[in-house]
Design a protein around this ligand. Sequence first.
Ligand code: SF4
Length: 370
Amino acid sequence: MFEPFHEVVTNVSKTILEHEKKTDRPVIGVMPAYFPMELIWAAGGYPVQLWGNNLPLEKSDAYLQAYCCSIARSVLELEMRGIAKMVKGYAFTSLCDTLINLREIYRRLFSKPTLELSIPITKTVEARRTYLRSVVQNVTDGLEAITGQKITPDALKETSQLFGHVRALQRNLYQIRREKPGLIKNHDFYTVIKAGFFLPAAVYAQMLEKLLGNLDTLEAPNGKRPRLVLSGMVFDPLEIYQLMDEFGADVVDDDFANGWRTVSKKDFQVGNLSEGVTAYLFHPAPCCCIYNPDNDRHAYLLNKVKESGADGVLFWYMKFCEPDAFDRPQLMKRLKDENIATAFVDLELSVANFDAVKTRISAFCEILEG
Ligand code: SF4
């Protein structure tokens, strides 16, 4: 039942080339995070999300220091090695300093067009709106220039429904995982979510509908294993979930930027583009990279633990992501104050030996069982 998703994730280039041909749309590489895919599809593009890869870093080291995160470094490696030839342009957000600089590097090194959805850091909602009005116009102009196609209200409406439907299906999958821990293996779950980064939304929606239909009548296995909430920027490397499946731990929910923080987004509002983008960026899940004092991460995470019935929270730290690192100590303290067990692992995407991570996670699970 999960095989088609594994097929996509193990053959990313083949998948993208196949659908580029079928859809006859220019591939747009989407950098982390929260760039609304709806805008790209409505402009006639084929968005493909780039959340890093496990290529050994050889060429990108000349431009990004070793203390930049492996997400940015490995994405740059793709372009430098010529593996991303099918990508016709790049869509960035200003999520962090690394990504802001990465776009400048792309502009200097490569001839492919880039555009940036700059996320405002403002004290008031009104200031945020005003700023985004001008940014969104630049973004849509940039997209239309890459694809040669105008974003029409009809296309936007249709696209909003399609991508909203995909996220609703993903939320169903999250719900099944919460309600029936252990039914979906950790490795299968994140493979399903990851496959959506590379497939056209309509194709992915059909696969999800079939999967959910198959899962509908199945029950969770007997017995209780340690239940975890994971929190971090990206849920890779997937290999770790295979280890967790083997030694027996069930992820029941997450707070990943490329997991729940994105999946939880409601349908993109199409009436007023800048309002739609504002709602999309700032709601509903808070993020360490988005300044939004009205959306408290502490309460959100506590609630997530309570609702999912988790035994503890494992922070999934991608070295050396500053926004994530700055939030973690306070979050861990707050959870500890509420008697919720916490631990963290620090990771890189190119890691090949998972022994240390396995030891750390299994030790945490033993504590939870005790
Ligand atoms: S992981 Fe952190 S540092 Fe890296 S691109 Fe994402 S937000 Fe920026």
